[in-house]
Design a protein around this ligand. Structure first.
Ligand code: PBG
Length: 322
């Protein structure tokens, strides 16, 4: 073919490269995760996640205004309770930290899309994602609590609930409870293919949710498996998931692609805390160009097939895309 075909021809200038670019990244693609705890005037940087903070309700409202002004249209909320206990009671309370946060943000930045994580590991003393019975996480006993948490978040005004616990049957349980309570328009973003990953480390520091015994291998997926992710996704879609997620993103780009090719619902990918931390740590040491590496990573997730990217880079990337 050479010299008739020259692949470099279309790479010769920026306008031409932009014209033939196959992947588009938009600020609308991003969801920004936020951590909220009790107190007033709190904005404490998370050491392993520079540029990301633990907020209180008042300061997170300010942050949401900034996020909205950058063009980011959705946030994913995580709560840090006042007290952790065996069942994670604060997660179920209409006066819980995330419930209060939702009401405050809806009052001040009403158009911002609010997504709330549905899980117990941030709220339980043992750090597991559900109820413990005989030393193990009890699947079926956890379902009723996930349903109650989802209804309570909906009463507070959340737009989307995002179950991240990986119990079987949770999407059906949450959908039924929401419909029963009159919240048929609250959507479900399911953490459908959530792997048991070392890349959640910084997140667990941020919310102090590391399991106090054992690990999460009996409910989160084994990273050796990709076909299994397609089963998880199919089940969740059947049970009523509106959007499915693959998490983490970067070691699972193949899974994102396979899910995109088989599921007919929007696909989200979670560019998790450890992925962010690696990149920031290297950039802060001058070992790579942080902005360039960030954009390459975000485009790779989009190119793999994600419609939605949940990322701690959202604000920095939004500034570059503007
Ligand atoms: C809660 C939850 C976790 C993350 C999101 N929801 C932690 C975990 O499963 O241990 C991790 C997010 C991140 O690392 O950025 N179950």
């Amino acid at each position: 073919m050479f010299p008739r075909v020259r692949m470099r021809r279309l790479r010769s200038g920026e306008a031409l490269r932009d014209l033939v670019a196959e992947t588009e990244l938009r600020v609308d693609d991003f969801i920004y995760p936020l951590f909220v705890g009790h107190g007033k005037g709190v904005k404490t940087e998370i050491p392993s996640m520079p540029g990301n903070y633990r907020f209180s309700v008042d300061t997170v409202v300010e942050e949401c205004r900034e996020v909205w002004n950058l063009g980011i249209r959705g946030v994913l909320l995580f709560g840090i309770p006042a007290r952790k206990d065996e069942v994670g009671a604060e997660a179920l309370s209409d006066d819980g930290i995330v419930q209060r946060t939702i009401r405050a943000i809806k009052d001040s930045v009403p158009e911002l899309l609010l997504i709330a994580d549905v899980c117990f590991c941030e709220y339980t003393s043992h750090g597991h994602c559900g109820v413990i019975r005989d030393g193990a996480v009890d699947n079926d006993a956890t379902l009723a609590l996930l349903a109650r948490q989802s209804v309570s978040l909906s009463k507070a005004g959340v737009d989307v609930v995002a179950p991240s616990d990986m119990m079987d049957g949770r999407i059906a349980a949450v959908r039924a409870a929401l419909d029963e309570a009159g919240f048929e328009n609250v959507a479900i973003l399911s953490y459908a293919a959530k792997y048991c990953s070392a890349f959640y480390g910084p997140f667990r520091d941020a919310v102090d949710s590391a399991p106090q015994f054992g690990d999460r291998k009996s409910y989160q997926m084994d990273y050796r498996n990709a076909r299994e992710a397609l089963r998880e996704v199919a089940l969740d879609v059947d049970e009523g998931a509106d959007i499915v997620m693959v998490k983490p993103a970067l070691s699972y780009l193949d899974v994102i692609r396979r899910v995109r090719d088989t599921a007919n619902v929007p696909v989200a990918a979670y560019n998790v805390s450890g992925e962010y931390a690696c990149l920031r740590a290297a950039a802060d040491r001058g070992w790579l160009d942080g902005e360039k590496a960030m954009m390459e990573v975000l485009y790779s997730i989009k190119r793999a097939g994600a419609d939605i990217i949940i990322t701690y880079h959202a604000k920095d990337a939004a500034r570059l895309l503007k």
